[in-house]
Design a protein around this ligand. Structure first.
Ligand SMILES: Cc1ncc(COP(=O)(O)O)c(C=O)c1O
Length: 426
């Protein structure tokens, strides 16, 4: 396979205009002009044979492309197999949380591999799904919505399922839909914090003092009543779901309402560079299944809103090292680009692999590195630690894995560093 990003075009003198010709020597040399800037994004299509056995594009291909801007790699095969495994193991119906990767290639592959319900949080996501997958069932699962968004979702896009966590939001939904009698309403409850990367019950979810009463009141207005929670993202302890299901059961019992659907949210993790990797998805599902049965939920409709657990494994990113100061590597992507969750308070330690520019160069030993993004902002830093060969140097590339969720979707053009190539593995 031959891929050249910066082939030069050779213009022969006979093609040059009369303005230029007199400036040339009697025996003019061909003039070389660059046909394509190395910073101009391109889309590539590769096959599984172009992948490294661990993850991402193989080293020869990275050297061949020699990218000067990051390359986001979407592996539709990995996505399909993870999705099939997840759908087979989950004791209910799986929703995909569109926010974590709304790339149409992924959405279509998700649908083709058995996911027919989608958790959408904005009108943009609703319109995207309606256009791409008109038969999909949409759930508007943002707990605080604009009234216009509710009305447009209901009347234009025929969305019937909405979530809420306050009396005010219930009133808003009822008014925006003219007190419709066909609403599927979910009350999102805050659940006790577990071992997660980000707790999702600080910002959203009805607290213990209001949850049961809100469920009861919502039940009086809903054609179908549901309860939902989210344990927090990258939940590496399956027991957290068991505790949350027990808590939900207690709140529902307290409400005395007839709840028909329990939505246990997202949070399912991917394997990062943690000392203790999370258990397999089947272990989570077995514990969840038992907890549902224990609390009398087995006859009920069960949903989840999985994001990371479905798509993280299917994305990787190739970045280039532009400079090095000791253990700090200056790379051409960062927290304002495809690496938002590697920085700040979340600081996910993504698996990293070095691709040396010179394949004959040898390294000795592995070291822990920090990464600095390309923007001028000092918070554009990623502490990892990222384990790489000690000899890493400017001009080498790093392949980062597990970026199929919350990677590309967060990219901005801050400081003008938004350009990215896209490589689709099909
Ligand atoms: C309401 C809701 N559901 C589901 C998800 C997906 O979570 P995860 O990617 O942890 O599975 C999110 C993530 O932000 C969310 O806000």
């Amino acid at each position: 396979m031959v891929i050249r990003l910066y082939d030069s075009v050779v213009l022969q003198p006979e093609f040059l205009s009369n303005d230029i010709l007199p400036q040339l020597n009697a025996e003019p040399e061909p003039i070389h002009i660059v046909s394509r800037s190395p910073f101009e994004p391109q889309e590539f299509r590769f096959g599984v044979a172009d992948l490294h056995p661990d993850y991402g594009l193989n080293d020869e291909l990275v050297r061949e492309i020699a990218p000067a801007i990051p390359v986001s790699v979407l592996n539709t095969h990995a996505m399909a197999s993870t999705t099939r495994r997840f759908v087979a193991a989950f004791p209910g119906d799986v929703m995909f949380a569109v926010k974590c990767n709304p790339d149409p290639i992924f959405l279509q592959a998700m649908y083709d591999n058995g996911v027919r319900r989608f958790d959408v949080a904005s009108l943009y996501e609703i319109a995207l799904l309606r256009d791409l997958l008109p038969e999909a069932r949409l759930y508007f699962m943002h707990p605080v919505k604009a009234p216009e968004a509710i009305a447009e979702a209901y009347y234009r896009h025929h969305v019937r399922a909405f979530v809420l966590d306050t009396d005010d939001e219930l009133d808003k939904i009822l008014q925006a839909t003219n007190y419709a009698d066909d609403l599927e309403l979910f009350v999102r409850i805050a659940v006790p914090k577990g071992n997660v990367a980000t707790d999702f019950s600080t910002k959203f979810g009805a607290k213990p003092d209001t949850a049961a009463a809100l469920i009861a009141r919502t039940g009086a207005h809903a054609a179908k009543l549901g309860v939902s929670f989210h344990v927090g993202t990258q939940c590496v302890d399956a027991q957290v779901y068991v505790n949350a299901i027990a808590y939900a059961a207690a709140v529902i019992a307290d409400s005395s309402a007839t709840v028909e659907v329990l939505d246990i949210g997202g949070g399912f993790p991917t394997v990062l560079c943690d000392d203790t990797p999370p258990p397999a998805v089947e272990t989570y599902m077995a514990l969840i299944h038992t907890a549902l049965a224990t609390h009398g939920f087995d006859g009920m409709e069960i949903l989840c809103e999985a994001g990371r657990g479905l798509v993280a494994d299917a994305g990787s990113l190739v970045v280039r090292v532009e400079g090095r100061k000791g253990d700090l590597l200056y790379i051409n992507d960062g927290t304002y680009g495809g690496l938002f969750e590697a920085g700040g308070a979340i600081g996910l330690p993504y698996p990293a692999r070095l691709v040396r520019r010179d394949p004959l160069r040898l390294g000795d030993g592995t070291a822990a590195f920090r990464l600095a993004g390309p923007t001028c902002d000092s918070v554009d830093m990623m502490n990892g630690p990222f384990m790489l060969p000690d000899d890493v140097q400017a001009g080498d590339w790093i392949v980062l894995d597990k970026l199929g969720a919350y990677g590309e979707v967060s990219r901005t053009n801050f400081n003008g560093f938004g350009a990215v190539h896209k490589a689709i593995i099909e």
